[in-house]
Design a protein around this ligand. Structure first.
Ligand SMILES: CSC[C@H](NC(=O)[C@H](Cc1ccccc1)OC(=O)N1CCC(N)CC1)C(=O)N[C@@H](CC1CCCCC1)[C@@H](O)Cn1ccccc1=O
Length: 327
């Protein structure tokens, strides 16, 4: 058994990637943001204050014949960008790309932070990190992929994200035709509950590769590529008009500049992010914001959408490994 669902960028900046998910009986279809950096499936619902839910599609458990309230359960999550949400928990049938999981924990939001209220491109998140990161108390719940994996042809899923174009999340199979190069696998460390791996070196443009160990996570829920300051400073040193813009809290440069590519090691291979993907978005006039920025010393680097867009990424739970193939 397999599943295949299209995704699309939420806006002209590729800020998020949205996939339609069916919840309940009859199906209630919500646009959700798949996040391999967290482990809760939560939705705007009939329990979300209507002033907060305006502009969002909501899940109404009472309209689903297969919903069950998980008595005494609650959840609460705060993300890296300080957005947050919390609420109570139901189980229901959740179908993604034609593959159904029954008894999936669907976390219903009774509170959402301003960022979520304002971001009407999604009606919640599907967490696809490891189960250990789930926030439901008193009993942790499993992710949709964890519940699905034992029934899928293979315990794997792939992320294919594209700049201003549709992509896919495939479950239970790997469509190698989505990639231009071979898949290189690296082991993940599961201690923090993320798809966490180590990259041994990087290169800027056609330059020589520099040994630099990066401990990072593959995170579809993060827009940018966030790496150590030394790497980021070295990169923008190669961009003539680049400067650190305090108000934007990141490097900006003249939009007309040709940006160098950025390559990072995956095992004995490398993935190259073209400069065009690092010219992330205009901020004003002809000043543009970079898709490669500092990880602010948060102790872990984040290979977010800017990096994932350059590759087909294989999340292999069965073998506890991550696969990267150039696109
Ligand atoms: C340094 S983690 C920052 C990251 N949030 C972003 O990447 C947001 C995404 C976004 C874009 C547009 C509108 C709304 C939200 O976008 C920016 O912050 N941007 C994009 C636009 C740029 N101009 C400025 C910088 C983040 O918390 N991700 C988490 C998932 C997000 C939460 C917010 C909603 C979307 C999904 C998550 O995987 C990060 N995680 C990873 C590991 C552990 C904990 C953790 O929490």
């Amino acid at each position: 058994q397999t599943g295949s669902a299209p995704n699309h960028p939420s806006d002209s900046e590729d800020d998020e990637y949205i996939t339609n998910v069916s919840i309940g009986t009859p199906a209630q279809v919500l646009p959700l943001d798949f996040d391999t950096g967290s482990s809760d499936l939560w939705v705007f619902s009939s329990e979300t204050p209507s002033s907060s839910a305006r502009g969002h599609t909501i899940y109404t458990p009472s309209k689903s014949s297969t919903s069950k309230k998980v008595s005494g359960a609650s959840w609460s999550i705060t993300y890296g960008d300080n957005s947050s949400s919390s609420g109570d928990v139901y189980t229901d049938t959740v179908t993604i790309g034609g593959f159904s999981v029954t008894g999936q924990a669907v976390e219903s939001a009774t509170k959402v932070s301003t960022q979520f209220v304002q971001d009407t491109s999604n009606s919640g998140l599907v967490g696809l990190a490891l189960d250990s990161g789930n926030t439901v108390k008193p009993t942790k719940q499993k992710t949709w992929f964890s519940n699905a994996s034992s029934h899928l042809a293979q315990p794997v899923f792939t992320a294919d994200l594209n700049h201003q174009a549709d992509g896919s999340y495939n479950f239970g199979f790997i469509d190698t035709t989505l990639a231009s190069g071979p898949i290189t696998y690296v082991p993940i460390s599961t201690g923090n509950g993320f798809w966490e791996f180590t990259s041994a070196s990087y290169a800027i443009g056609g330059g020589s590769s520099k040994k630099h160990s990066t401990d990072g996570i593959a995170d579809t829920g993060t827009t940018l590529l966030l790496l150590d300051d030394t790497i980021v400073d070295a990169y923008y040193n190669q961009v003539e008009s680049a400067q650190y813009d305090d108000s934007q809290e990141g490097y900006t440069f003249d939009c007309s500049e040709d940006l160098p590519s950025f390559s990072f090691a995956v095992g004995s291979s490398t993935i190259t992010v073209p400069g065009s993907l690092i010219n992330f978005a205009p901020v004003d006039g002809n000043t543009c914001f970079g898709g490669l920025q500092s990880d602010d010393g948060i102790g872990i680097s984040i290979f977010g959408d800017v990096a994932i867009k350059a590759a087909l990424v294989v999340f292999d739970l069965g073998n506890k490994r991550l696969g990267w193939a150039q696109k």
